[in-house]
Design a binder for this molecule. Sequence first.
Ligand SMILES: Nc1ncnc2c1ncn2[C@@H]1O[C@H](COP(=O)(O)OP(=O)(O)OP(=O)(O)O)[C@@H](O)[C@H]1O
Ligand SMILES: [Mg+2]
Length: 263
Amino acid sequence: MAASDSGGSDATSDRGEATDREETTDRGNAVELRNVRKTYYLGEPVHALDGVDVSIPRGSYTAVMGPSGSGKSTLLNLIGCLDTPTEGEVWVNDREVSALSQRERTEVRGEEVGFVFQTFNLMPKLTAAENVSLPLVFGGVDKNERRKRARELLEDVGLGDRVGHRPNELSGGQRQRVAIARALAADPSIILADEPTGNLDQETGEQIMGLFQRLHDEGNTILMVTHERPIAEHAERVIHVLDGTVERIEEIESPRRVETELV
Ligand SMILES: Nc1ncnc2c1ncn2[C@@H]1O[C@H](COP(=O)(O)OP(=O)(O)OP(=O)(O)O)[C@@H](O)[C@H]1O
Ligand SMILES: [Mg+2]
């Protein structure tokens, strides 16, 4: 479509006639993918994503489901600027990240996106507080401020009494909560989570869902990959992915709410 750099598509103030995709772009969407393809060339080309058009409204809570190998992680990685598409456009908070330099993408990733992984990906030698404050080191925040912020974040996820523990001194659910606190350190508006409850028992998974619910209630955009239907039902809608394409989008009429408070 139109040139993608200068970011300034025309600023028509008229909301009236949303013609089609073009109109929905810069307004109200945290993320937008346009005809995105991702092909891996390892011998036979693998089309991990094969023409994906999807919009994630700002402040929405969306789950992504689909069989193993269908492209869910690839989708998240492109949005999280961990990878670039072979073709098509990826927009994050009104910037076409697929057109940015590596350095600019790293910036977007650091500032606008918080990533939570199935395997937590914590640094084993660092304490909970040090893990949480790591993104702030890269953000140039001074040491005292980092310490204070890490403590607050850990308190927020119910781990105020575990700041000095290393990952191997924490339970799985506690580790995932540290990872979530770390994802929130730079105050991103978009939380991307790739099977955040995949390694947790049901009860601990519910605790994590309680946290996500609060983040969503606070206005953050959440995009979460899961294999578990009950987990997906916490979201407002489910994107079903199949063979690298969006098969359908399902609205969840009354998303599940977590009643219990964090311990
Ligand atoms: N770095 C890579 N190099 C080559 N092929 C890859 C790479 N990453 C992913 N793929 C392939 O792309 C396809 C989609 O992978 P992806 O990881 O997105 O699937 P997924 O839906 O997340 O699966 P799962 O549920 O098992 O995590 C798979 O066929 C996979 O083998
Ligand atoms: Mg995956």
